[in-house]
Design a binder for this molecule. Structure first.
Ligand code: FES
Length: 295
């Protein structure tokens, strides 16, 4: 096994082990440390200056690109470009304030236009007669017939996962359940009456900002809002820098960018649910708006 080196970022206090030869930027991205990167790590913008503390003799020599952006005094003080500097031994990296993307005030308010509430996802509480000698219908037939009788729904499709869990759920719930219907399909079946909790999440995936709006689909109200900087920023501050980062780094880079945005959305879900006292499983529909590069 290749011996690992430990990289510590200050003042964040984040640390992890990496293989020798890792660039400071790669380590920062893996740890979610925000370092400005206007050119997407090509050594062109000079925005990613960091101070390398220690690791003498094991850090790569300043490249021509670095020499263009760093003064002699900065090099003497240990400043380097994070995207081109490779580390050969355990090192502490200080990220100065000017190189951090930092937290910003995020605008999440907007104009709310009244719309007629007609969500694609609806919940229906349904009670079913238990089987007996003269009623030996299959569970799914019993469920569909009860939904038609009690809510006037036409025959619906049933998702495979619902088929699998249906026998257990209806018996455990004593034949009293809630069907979650998306368009003309049952996408979930829940024990008891859960018809009051039905949420959707709208996410604005911006170049710099992710904003999530948790919407109560039963009442048509925005019940929680959460926002954070787009975690893809360390890979490039604008869309074109991120595209070129992927073109240079291939599938691996693409996967990292996707992981970054997915983890940002997951954090937003947790935050919104905490604020609205909802559970992530009660979000039945997600809508995203954004440049497809960011997906
Ligand atoms: S010089 Fe632009 S990210 Fe390093």
């Amino acid at each position: 096994m290749t011996p690992q080196i430990e990289v510590v970022f200050q003042p964040h206090g984040k640390r992890a082990e990496f293989p020798p030869g890792v660039t400071v930027m790669e380590a920062a991205q893996a740890l979610g440390v925000d370092i400005s990167s206007l050119c997407g790590g090509k050594g062109k913008c000079g925005k990613c200056k960091v101070r390398v503390l220690g690791g003498d003799g094991t850090v790569s020599e300043p490249s021509d690109k670095e020499l263009k952006h760093l003064s002699e005094e900065e090099i003497r003080d240990g400043f380097r470009l994070a995207c081109t500097t490779r580390l050969g031994a355990s090192t502490v990296i200080h990220v100065p304030l000017r190189s951090r993307i930092g937290r910003q005030r995020l605008q999440t308010g907007g104009l709310e236009i009244p719309v007629k509430l007609d969500p694609l996802v609806k919940k229906y509480r349904v009670t079913m007669p238990p089987p007996h000698l003269r009623d030996s219908r299959a569970d799914e037939d019993r469920l569909l017939a009860s939904l038609t009788e009690q809510h006037g729904l036409p025959e619906l499709g049933i998702d495979f996962d619902v088929y699998r869990s249906l026998p257990n759920i209806v018996r455990e719930a004593n034949w009293d359940a809630t069907a979650v219907v998306w368009k003309d399909r049952i996408i979930a079946l829940e024990a008891g009456d859960t018809s009051d909790s039905c949420f959707g999440l709208a996410v604005d995936v911006g170049t710099t900002k992710l904003a999530g709006f948790l919407i109560d689909l039963k009442r048509g109200e925005v019940v929680a809002v959460a926002a954070r900087m787009n975690p893809q920023i360390p890979f490039g501050e604008d869309v074109m820098s991120r595209v070129s980062h992927i073109m240079n780094g291939g599938w691996d880079a693409l996967e990292k960018l996707q992981d970054a945005v997915v983890s940002g959305v997951n954090e937003i879900i947790v935050e919104c649910c905490g604020e609205a006292d909802a559970r992530p499983e009660e979000i039945y529909e997600l809508n995203f708006g954004g440049n497809t590069v960011m997906q």
